[in-house]
Design a binder for this molecule. Sequence first.
Ligand SMILES: *Cc1c(COP(=O)(O)O)cnc(C)c1O
Length: 403
Amino acid sequence: MNVTREMFADVMVPNYNPAAMVPVRGEGSKVWDQEGNEYIDFAGGIAVNALGHCHPEMVAALKDQSEKLWHLSNVFTNEPAIRLAKKLTDATFAERVYFANSGAEANEAALKLARRWALDHHGEHKDQIISFKQGFHGRTFFTVTVGGQAAYSDGFGPKPGAIEHATYNDLESLKAIMSEKTCAVMMEPLQGEGGIISPTAEFAEGVRALCDQHNALLIFDEVQSGVGRTGELYAYMGLGVTPDILTTAKALGGGFPVGAMLTTAKIAESLKPGTHGSTYGGNPLACAVAEKVFDIINDRELLDNVKRKEQLFRDGLNAINDKYHVFSEIRGKGLLLGCALNEDYAGRSRDFLVASTKTKLMCLVAGANVVRFAPSLVIPDEDIKEGLARFEQAVAAVVNGQE
Ligand SMILES: *Cc1c(COP(=O)(O)O)cnc(C)c1O
């Protein structure tokens, strides 16, 4: 069958609007389309391809497991799942792991656990979940309602209740709605989709203190910020604030769908047999790949290199901005970076993305005012250099009114 981009609209539900070209192959931080055009990948599959495309050790892990065992369901356990859980708990605050297939599912589990924990230990009245405006936690109905953009949860009928939103980096706004009824606060320790917003140290510490004061659980959604993205294994480690529940997905599988919810042994007790589950969660193929990804990324040298590569990006982006004056700020941490557009280019992040695709660079946006980069954590320095040169051409095209 001769597949074309035009066929998309004929066979797909119209909820996405993908780029005009169709990628067919990837290697490291390069991708090729149907016409053989080569792209530099600064998007990383939205912070997923943490080791680039088709990393040989991931390919080997997948091939190896694919000849042993693909699926069992949770009626049986399997070796890759137990090994990965052991490694996740050894490397973090957590003592127990629940496996899912995506970030939203990991968050769904976290929220359900928090509600059960509150019921078990405090009673029915303690059901309030607080999260933050502009936050993003996935697209299931519970997680999208907890997310901080009502536009994403409106129009689907009655929403799950007892969910409220405070303002990120504004401790007073949280304090004002928090009480003994609060069962959990869910936050990203670096807002991704919301525009690449880092929490201040006072805010992160203050949220933790308020949770302690009101006997509420602190849930860190590290679906985007986790697994080396910020130059730490998990962003909470860089903040020095430890959550009670942490969710991880995206980079965890490096491109294979997998998610996980991590928590303490005590809190985990509330997910008793039968309370929650998933057909594929803990699937041996997913866990074998994730184990390999985790082994490679949980390494101080690799993580320090993420911080060095961040500086290459910052230097290059600042140089572009000195020339074209388009950004008000370069922000983010590690290899999750956002270029906030200044007033002259307000609302035009998509123009920069479209212009970048034309110069053979894949990048992302985070809302209408931020161009986002989330490349492979092991992107070669020369690909960073070449990608930034292409980005400069794209910026020039926007500035000169060609986009
Ligand atoms: C992407 C993302 C999710 C949703 O993950 P899916 O795998 O798409 O369900 C949840 N939280 C954050 C912070 C994310 O960036």
